[in-house]
Ligand binder design. Structure first.
Ligand SMILES: Cc1cc2nc3c(=O)[nH]c(=O)nc-3n(C[C@H](O)[C@H](O)[C@H](O)COP(=O)(O)O)c2cc1C
Length: 384
């Protein structure tokens, strides 16, 4: 009996499909859309739909640059799949009617309408000529945070100018650094002058990412040097700017603890969307590790997390562990094929999903969500 069960499990695993784009009927409804043509924005009902639209519209190499992950893409897949391995524990008979009013939050003291933000992603110009300007405008319309990438298609001045009359709009600036301190100082001064409120320092990319899919099209990693990234260096950098420097790419409780000990104000859990080192954990797994081994970290610093977030319920699982705000990368990049309106719609969709999913979960106040809303015993949903 045990042998036949094992044989069944092996066959089932072998047949188990990877659902990069889950089947929710989009092909049936929009499948006749010719390649190179966008469906109507009104036909987009969820974040994964933007990838479907972008795949039809963008040329293959540009689409591949956004889509790719490192090596066999196991981390990328895990980022997406991990959320459905943990079941929700909905509570009922709870007054959830005020849930929408509890979505607004602060990130490093700045006010936003929702606990999610646009993660820094290079080359928004591959999706739309407006590039990052559309992401700035979409973020402004939805009143969420946008973290601009250093390797943007638009210049820092153009990105700043996209704020238009809304000069109070808060942006954070992501950086990759060279070992040239003069260059770094100049970069930090430009960031301060542009009005960014924080520097997001990517620490998960000390070396080039091993990106097979992208390499086929010559659109591999943008950061191709070995980078000197240590806590000593972090302290040196901190003296070069008055802005907070947030390490992005923390993947263990040990490094989260070290970040706290080294005086950071915030950390970002991330494996770079599974694009850097394959078989690294998703940020949900890292958040769970911190929750199990050193939960005070969530009180000592602000903890952000990104990777694989596609639905409101994904956001809720991360928040339930103590994550303050959740980053979304590819879906916003894909939404940009529709320009700023697409980005704005993506914000609206996710905000709505966070609210209705929280309500159905029996959460009256998003600030009070806690780990008891999730069954943290990992299940393999394909068998249970
Ligand atoms: C096209 C693309 C470009 C990216 N560029 C950067 C970058 O310049 N700097 C950085 O720190 N992370 C970069 N990332 C990683 C994102 O900041 C983020 O961690 C990741 O996209 C989150 O996963 P998700 O795409 O599944 O939401 C990039 C991701 C994508 C998809």
């Amino acid at each position: 009996m045990r042998t036949s069960l094992l044989a069944f499990a092996t066959v089932a695993l072998a047949a188990r499909p990877f659902l990069n784009e889950p089947d929710t009927g989009i092909e049936d409804v929009l499948g006749s859309t010719p390649n190179g043509v966008l469906p109507a924005l009104e036909s987009i009902v969820g974040l994964p739909d933007f990838e479907w639209a972008a795949r039809h519209k963008m040329n293959t190499s540009a689409y591949t640059y956004y889509r790719n992950g490192a090596a066999g893409e196991w981390s990328y897949r895990n980022n997406l799949e991990v959320f459905q391995r943990f079941r929700l524990r909905p509570r009922v008979m709870v007054d959830i009617t005020k849930i929408e009013s509890t979505l607004p939050t602060t990130i490093l003291g700045h006010n936003f309408s929702a606990p999610f933000f646009i993660s820094p992603c290079a080359r928004a110009g591959y999706a739309h000529e407006g590039g990052e300007e559309n992401l700035v405008k979409g973020a402004a319309a939805g009143n969420i945070l946008y973290m601009a990438s250093l390797y943007s298609s638009k210049t820092m001045d153009e990105i700043t100018a996209a704020k238009g009359n809304n000069s109070a709009q808060v942006l954070f600036q992501q950086v990759y650094l060279t070992d040239n301190d003069t260059e770094t100082q100049a970069l930090f001064s430009r960031i301060e002058k542009a009005g960014s409120k924080a520097i997001v320092m990517t620490v998960d990319s000390a070396a080039d990412g091993n990106r097979h899919r992208a390499a086929r099209y010559g659109v591999g990693s943008a950061d191709s040097s070995y980078s000197y990234l240590t806590w000593d260096y972090y302290h040196k950098l901190s003296k070069m700017t008055s802005l907070p420097i947030i390490p992005k790419g923390i993947q263990t409780v040990e490094d989260a603890r070290l970040a706290v000990q080294n005086g950071v104000k915030a950390i970002m859990l991330s494996n770079h969307g599974g694009r850097q080192l394959d078989t690294t954990p998703s940020s949900l797994e890292v958040a769970l590790e911190i929750h199990n081994r050193d939960p005070d970290i969530f009180k000592q610093v602000e903890v952000y997390a990104d990777g694989g977030v596609r639905y409101g319920a994904d956001v809720l699982k991360l928040l339930s562990l103590g994550v303050r705000a959740v980053g979304v990368g590819r879906p916003f990049m894909f939404s940009n094929v529709f320009g700023a309106e697409g980005v704005e719609k993506a914000v609206k969709i996710l905000k709505h999903e966070v609210a209705i999913d929280a309500a159905n979960l029996g959460v009256a106040d998003l600030k009070k969500i806690g780990p008891n809303y999730v069954d943290w015993r990992s299940t393999n949903a394909w068998f249970s």
